[in-house]
Design a protein around this ligand. Structure first.
Ligand SMILES: [Zn+2]
Length: 485
């Protein structure tokens, strides 16, 4: 019997604020171990936390982008558990009164778009990091780095709305794009800036009650999330079809070996002994703050993609791709404002993205060399049929490495373009004179021979003519010969 999977995600987003959540230590990645620490983030007696306003603002912005309700008064709470890399032995997080509640993330799944509902988004602090085991002579050594202890995190919890691992992967891809778009996190899963735990259970299709769930921890790539979930769904299905029962547990997925390991049986919520953090006041986010954050919110990626479809007539897929990064969407739109939007889209998606890929460049690297106006000039020449496509692509490649406008580049590379009617008419006439057979066929109504004739003229031009212009000149000339004959 086939089972249906029910999956919910808990995502942790590490914010890119300058300082930590409750102290002034730098929140940077990659500093020397235990160099970014102070009494607050080391949990020393008597140290008092102070909330980072920029981190709260990032949470408000994300909440608004997701359509969550922003709570005017939310509460930080202590979540108690022992972990060697958590110096206070509790984490400051939010519990029963989180900052953002509800909302949804619209995710593109193939040809459809679906909103995945959220339970909450709240602010909290990260733990430090343990490294183990290392061997020193005959001893096993574990090390701990507290630089990450206290770095601001947002925790986003979804409803158990996912049925397929691929939906979770699409959700995470969209979430990563959104946090980058908002500029609140770099969202790099390999660096732990975006982390994902998943709750998963199975049930016979049509059964309303959930099965017993297990939790997959620390999935550190989008591919890993998809593969880990598939492995766990397969494991649960094997257990249940073999007559066994699922035990509530926390599992680790080893993506390199595609293996699951049971880490521990799950703590229940009451084990954490949550209570309101006595060292912090209520977190107040007033209407003015929310209004300012809303006014400052950029046009969201899915809204922008929809606008590209409506305004420039792009296919959904192309618009989605251009809105993959805010910088790319900005660049595209700056080109499209100066020339044809569809042509601009084709060029940005092929030529520009190819250069980024081949050279390992950021969009800023490329646009510093080929600003939008320079690309638009080139595309205007293509539109005016003054440059054949392959030559235009060559000119773009020169633009990436050399200064100068289109004419200067053509002159520097000693390329003459034979694209004016005066250049082409003699070639057209010569081609027609040399191929009376296809001409007769064309005039007899077999218009498919036109392609052959276009090819002949292109060959005579040494590839420097624009095929569309050649086609039109041929048609005009053939029409003249038809009425003359
Ligand atoms: Zn600190």
């Amino acid at each position: 019997m086939a089972y249906e999977a029910v999956i919910g995600l808990e995502c942790h987003i590490q914010l890119n604020t300058r300082s930590k959540m409750f102290c002034g230590c730098p929140a940077e990645f990659g500093a020397a171990a235990n160099s970014n620490v102070c009494p607050v983030c080391l949990g020393l007696p008597g140290a008092l936390p102070v909330t980072n306003r920029a981190a709260v603002d990032a949470a408000v912005r994300l909440g608004l982008a997701l359509g969550s309700a922003i709570r005017g008064e939310s509460v930080f709470a202590r979540k108690h558990y022992f972990y060697p890399d958590m110096p206070k032995n509790y984490q400051i997080t939010q519990y029963d009164r989180p900052l953002c509640e509800g909302g949804a993330l619209p995710v593109r799944l193939g040809e459809t778009r679906r909103g995945f509902d959220l339970i909450r988004v709240h602010a909290e602090e990260d733990t430090g990091k343990s490294f183990h085991p290392e061997r020193h002579g005959d001893r096993q050594v574990s090390r701990v780095d507290f630089n990450r202890a206290g770095v601001p995190l947002l925790e986003l919890v979804t409803q158990p709305d996912f049925r397929e691992p691929a939906e979770c992967a699409a959700f995470l891809t969209t979430l990563r794009r959104l946090v980058r778009w908002l500029g609140i996190s770099d969202g790099d899963m390999e660096k732990g800036q975006l982390r994902c735990d998943a709750n998963v259970s199975i049930r016979p299709p049509g059964q309303p009650a959930f099965g017993t769930k297990t939790e997959l921890k620390n999935l550190n790539s989008i591919k890993g999330v998809e593969k880990g979930l598939a492995a766990e769904i397969a494991r649960q299905t094997r257990v249940v079809t073999g007559g066994g029962t699922i035990e509530q547990a926390t599992l680790l997925y080893d993506a390199d070996h595609d293996k699951l390991a049971i880490m521990r049986t799950k703590e229940h919520a009451h084990d954490y002994r949550y209570f309101p953090e006595p060292d912090l006041p209520l977190l107040r986010v007033d209407q003015a703050w929310v209004a300012a954050a809303r006014a400052d919110l950029p046009e969201l990626p899915w809204d922008r993609a929809a606008r590209f479809v409506a305004r420039y007539g792009l296919p959904d897929y192309d618009a989605g791709l251009l809105c993959d990064q805010r910088e790319l969407a900005d660049y595209y739109e700056a080109v499209a404002a100066r020339t044809d939007g569809k042509l601009a889209s084709n060029w940005v998606m092929t030529e520009v993205l190819r250069v980024l890929k081949e050279r390992g460049w950021s969009l800023a690297d490329c646009s510093a060399r080929v600003p939008a106006a320079r690309l638009a000039d080139l595309l205007e020449r293509v539109l005016a049929r003054a440059l054949p496509g392959p030559l235009a692509k060559q000119v773009f490649a020169w633009m990436v490495d050399e200064p100068g406008d289109v004419d200067a580049l053509l002159a520097r590379h000693a390329v003459s373009v034979r694209s004016s009617d005066a250049d082409l008419i003699p070639l057209v006439q010569a081609a027609l004179d040399e191929h009376p057979g296809p001409v007769a066929q064309y005039l007899a109504g077999k218009t498919a021979t036109l392609g052959f004739l276009v090819g002949q003229v292109m060959k005579k031009s040494g590839g420097q003519a624009v095929p569309q212009a050649v086609k039109e000149l041929l048609e005009a000339e053939l029409k003249k010969r038809a009425s003359a004959g």
